[in-house]
Design a protein around this ligand. Structure first.
Ligand SMILES: [Ca+2]
Ligand SMILES: [Ca+2]
Ligand SMILES: [Ca+2]
Length: 238
């Protein structure tokens, strides 16, 4: 008969304690190390912040330059094309409740007296401003005569005022030296039909266009004004 011997006694020994580190042995203490890391962090954050804010300022200046340059090109183009205009075909004004403000003009590039729409150099152009999206677009026909609309400006145009004037002095009812389309509309002798819109036979007497617009890109906005004589306007009383 044998009885299993329990060997329940603890045979292991406690490991020897590592000798305590001597704080005066010339290395960094934990506190010193933490302070150094903390300082490094603060300096890094300051430097990074400085670099970022410099980059933001540079971006801002760049975008201001872009909006100015692109707007100037668009205004110059609009001005150049209007100057060659032979006739105003159609006008829409948001101030009259129209959805967009638009100006459709005919420029007789090939001088044949016809409104060519199916050639590569389109003669009937529509500048249109949509106040909802703030887009200024140009619609012209492509080589097949299909209407193509492209943005004139990538930036938002938040304001686009179109003023149409005539050099005819007779309709200048208030005698201020400027004949507005409203005065023309109220002057039957030059085709005014009194319907409160610039249309019909009145359009032939509109020979001065003033555009006032605001271009916005983020926080930056610029005002542009443009005043163009429609010198080629055939029906204009000059
Ligand atoms: Ca033509
Ligand atoms: Ca007047
Ligand atoms: Ca009218």
């Amino acid at each position: 008969m044998s009885a299993a011997q329990e060997s329940g006694h603890d045979s292991g020994h406690e490991p020897a304690q590592a000798p305590g580190q001597d704080p005066g042995d010339g290395g960094f203490t934990l506190v010193e190390l933490l302070v150094a890391i903390g300082l490094l962090g603060v300096v890094s954050t300051l430097l990074l912040g400085l670099a970022l804010s410099t980059a933001e300022v540079t971006d801002e200046i760049q975008s201001t330059a872009d909006v100015t340059q692109e707007s100037r090109l668009a205004v110059e183009r609009l001005s150049r094309e209007l100057r060659q205009t032979a006739a105003v075909d159609k006008v829409e004004l948001t101030s009259l409740g129209d959805e967009t403000t638009s100006l459709t003009v005919w420029t007789d590039f090939d001088g044949d007296g016809l409104r060519d729409t199916g050639i590569s150099d389109p003669e009937v152009l529509t500048y249109r401003w949509d106040p909802t999206g703030g887009r200024l677009t140009l619609t012209a026909n492509d080589a097949d005569g299909a209407a193509i609309t492209r943005p004139v400006l990538a930036e938002v145009v938040s304001r686009f005022d179109l003023r149409l004037l005539s050099s005819a002095f007779e309709p200048d009812a208030d005698g201020d030296g400027r004949t507005t389309w409203q005065e023309l509309d109220a002057y039957p002798a030059l085709g005014g039909n009194g319907n409160g819109r610039p249309d019909g036979a009145e359009l032939a007497h509109l020979d001065l266009v003033e555009v006032s617009m605001t271009v916005r890109d983020g926080d930056v906005s610029r005002d542009f004004t443009l005043r163009v004589d429609l010198r080629n306007q055939e029906g204009g009383a000059g």
